[in-house]
Design a protein around this ligand. Structure first.
Ligand code: PBG
Length: 328
């Protein structure tokens, strides 16, 4: 037999060595934890399709934020679920809106966290679409000023960063402009630039009460057959002033994360969405997979694909796994 000089196993012999030569490095600083805020008091209500995730009323939010910070996660993404909805989603930019008050309460109670807000209309409109309607379709240009004033109101209430998720054309430019005009040149925009029309958002729409009352989101969110178009979306948003771009969902779109991260020169985030979380939870609940191991493997895959920032409902657990050296 020929001498075998190249033996890949040589680098796998011990944990210390494996850790030394890891190609993918992660840090808990790059985790963002999404949270849901509702009206009312005394509410910490588990979301049925997302076990372990909750709706929090404003009085219960500080303790949950505290717990997040203690777990080693430094950033949160807030989603608001208002009591009253209308055709144009006007509670989205109300000064006493749910997100605006959540920011006030959160920043006061746990100022060390970094607060990002989701900017979209779907939780606030009576029809559940991501903007103002024209007939049965969302009117792109009429929606832009609504998104812009929503983003501004979040920043005025204390948001450190805004993240538009509506997929209207031109919204990053509209938001950048209104923020700058109002003296908020320093506030970054994390654009949900490459967002697919995905069935993996199912549990979220139950959680956020934001399912469209008719039709679907395919006239504004992307067709999952397309990857090149994702690059177009990412480049456009960067041109419009996005400071970070996101690909969403994560696990089924690793190829897109790879291509986008090789194309743009801004940080790329990926959102491991509600359906990804629910699938792991459900299978783990049945005893069919080992939850912690799968969570680590799936998260690492997203970073390996090129993401530098990860939004995930498993953020607190992942921070712990990184601390323990299990991944990272
Ligand atoms: C709002 C929004 C959605 C998600 C984030 N922001 C739902 C949607 O577009 O229908 C999904 C998040 C998740 O599934 O975890 N537009």
């Amino acid at each position: 037999m020929d001498r075998m000089i190249k033996r890949p196993r040589r680098l796998r012999g011990t944990k210390a060595l494996r850790n030394m030569v890891r190609e993918t490095r992660m840090s808990k600083d790059s985790l963002i934890y999404p949270m849901f805020v509702v009206e009312g008091t005394g509410i910490k209500r588990e979301i049925p399709s997302m076990p372990g995730q909750y709706h929090y009323s404003l009085d219960m939010l500080p303790a949950a934020l505290e717990e997040t910070a203690k777990a080693g996660v430094s950033s949160v993404m807030l989603f608001g679920i208002p009591d009253s909805k209308d055709e144009i989603g006007s509670s989205a930019w109300a000064q006493d809106g749910i997100i605006q008050r959540a920011l006030e309460a959160g920043k006061k109670a746990v100022p060390e966290l970094y607060y990002i807000t989701d900017v979209c209309m779907c939780e606030y409109t009576s029809h559940g679409h991501c903007g103002a309607l024209c007939g049965h379709d969302v009117d792109n240009d009429r929606t832009l000023p609504l998104l812009a004033k929503t983003a501004l109101s979040h920043v005025q209430a204390g948001a450190d960063m805004v993240a538009p998720s509506d997929m209207m054309d031109g919204r990053v430019a509209a938001i950048r402009r209104i923020l700058d005009e109002n003296g908020h040149v320093e506030i970054p925009i994390l654009s949900y630039a490459v967002k697919y029309a995905s069935a993996f958002y199912g549990p979220f729409r139950e959680a956020a009460d934001s399912a469209p009352a008719f039709g679907d989101r395919r006239s504004y969110q992307m067709d999952y057959h397309n990857a090149k178009e994702g690059i177009k979306e990412a480049l456009l948003d960067v041109e419009e002033g996005a400071d970070l771009v996101m690909v969403k969902p994560a696990l089924s779109y690793l190829d897109v994360i790879r291509r986008v991260s090789e194309t743009v020169h801004v940080p790329v985030a990926a959102y491991s969405v509600s359906g990804e979380y629910a699938m792991i939870k459900a299978a783990a609940g049945k005893g069919w997979i080992d939850e912690a191991s799968v969570v680590c493997e799936a998260a690492t895959a997203v970073y390996r694909a090129g993401a530098g920032v990860l939004l995930t409902y498993y953020a607190k657990e992942l921070a712990k796994f990184m601390d323990e050296g299990r991944i990272g």
